[in-house]
Design a binder for this molecule. Structure first.
Ligand SMILES: [Zn+2]
Length: 95
């Protein structure tokens, strides 16, 4: 993984946590990963901000209720425990 050295926090990678991971995935491959559909149709999860249940369909997804930004990295795309939450009030750089 050497394709994300130009954006996001230094040293962030697919196994970072929280906002670092969200920004890493958001920037990976020029943003192509963030909007790519998750294999298997998505991961059912619970918003780590407000507790709303929703299905993450892309590697970076927002809670439909509070807009909380969640992301999962490709190596962990089948792992609900791999989902990271950027934090309450966080918004994506280009949104
Ligand atoms: Zn929420």
């Amino acid at each position: 993984m050497s394709d994300c050295g130009t954006c996001g926090p230094a040293g962030a990678g697919p196994f970072s946590e929280g906002k670092d991971l969200v920004e890493f995935v958001y920037c990976a491959h020029g943003g192509a990963i963030a909007v790519a559909p998750l294999p298997g149709g998505g991961i059912e999860t619970k918003c780590q901000g407000c507790g709303e249940k929703f299905v993450m369909k892309t590697f970076v997804s927002k809670c439909p209720k509070c807009g909380g930004v969640h992301a999962v990295s490709p190596p962990r795309s089948q792992d609900p425990n791999g989902i990271q939450f950027a934090g309450v009030g966080y918004t994506l750089p280009d949104n």
